[in-house]
Design a protein around this ligand. Structure first.
Ligand SMILES: [Zn+2]
Length: 286
């Protein structure tokens, strides 16, 4: 760990040698958004690479036939969890258990924190990413709306099979989502377009939308979907990502869920690879 830090000090010393104390370099580099891993020992704790993108086939798994959208970090309950970068807390709460339209119960994921990070300059055309910290302990240290700094402790990994972590074996389920927290996600749009193209159409209460659709963000958490043909509009909640608004859980489960269809995998980044590619220089401040 000392290599990069030593290199940084040497560079600073060389740069400083030709400048007097008050002078600044002629073109100071733009501060670039950089990241750190959320836990000490993270890489060693990734069993089978953290299972990012793994297709679940287990007969008994409630996530059968879906893809794992995050990395599992097998560290013990109580391990401190750090914000991976400067950002704004978008969610900090105990996630609810909810039942979907088909009557399927989606079990809670324990305590969850989501942080949105602005990217300066943009990375791969993205001007923001969101980090998701799932199965945390109840003593979260940040609340929705807080500004956090890279490396700041935001909570701890929840205790093994406890109510606070959603009754899972102790680990951190950690994901990085492309784009801002409030957005019309590609998977959401695909889902709604598919429904409108189906035999039954897209149903919301008494309204049925068919054929070509237009999407417009309505506030932060809903989207106005309009049929090009009939002009009829319906309001759907983005926080559900569902075509079943009558069963909307008042929560973010679509965003922090650990599993999804194959086309949703493209909306997530492989956390350890992304952080390694945009790593903060090792400093003494952590
Ligand atoms: Zn997981």
């Amino acid at each position: 760990m000392s290599g990069p830090w030593i290199a940084l000090v040497v560079c600073a010393a060389v740069a400083g040698a030709s400048l007097s104390r008050d002078e600044k370099p002629p073109s100071a580099p733009v501060a670039k958004t950089t990241f750190v891993l959320p836990c000490e020992g993270y890489m060693r704790a990734l069993e089978r690479g953290g299972n990012f993108g793994l297709f679940v086939t287990g007969e008994k798994s409630p996530f059968k036939n879906s893809y794992h959208l995050a990395e599992d970090v097998w560290l013990k309950g109580g391990t401190p969890v750090h914000a991976i970068g400067d950002g704004i807390v978008r969610y900090s709460d105990f996630s609810p258990t909810w039942t979907d339209k088909a009557g399927v119960v989606h079990w809670n994921l324990g305590n969850v924190i989501v942080i949105e990070h602005a990217l300066k300059p943009p990375i791969d055309d993205l001007d923001a990413v969101c980090s998701f910290y799932v199965h945390l302990a109840a003593d979260r240290r940040v609340k929705t709306g807080d500004r956090v700094e890279r490396g700041q402790i935001i909570g701890r990994i929840g205790a093994d099979k406890s109510a606070e972590n959603g009754r899972y074996p102790a680990h951190l389920h950690f994901g990085i989502h492309r784009g801002p927290y409030f957005q019309i996600s590609p998977a959401f749009e695909r889902d709604v377009r598919r429904a409108a193209a189906s035999k039954d159409g897209l149903r919301a209460g008494p309204d049925v939308l068919r054929g070509e659709l237009k999407f417009r963000l309505n506030g932060e958490s809903s989207v106005l979907v309009t049929s090009v043909e009939s002009g009829t509009s319906i309001l759907l909640s983005l926080l559900v990502g569902s075509t079943a608004p009558e069963n909307a859980p008042a929560d973010i489960m679509n965003w922090c869920q650990g599993y999804g269809p194959q086309d949703m995998l493209a909306e997530w980044l492989e956390p350890s690879a992304f952080i390694a590619a945009h790593a903060a220089p090792v400093s003494k401040s952590r």
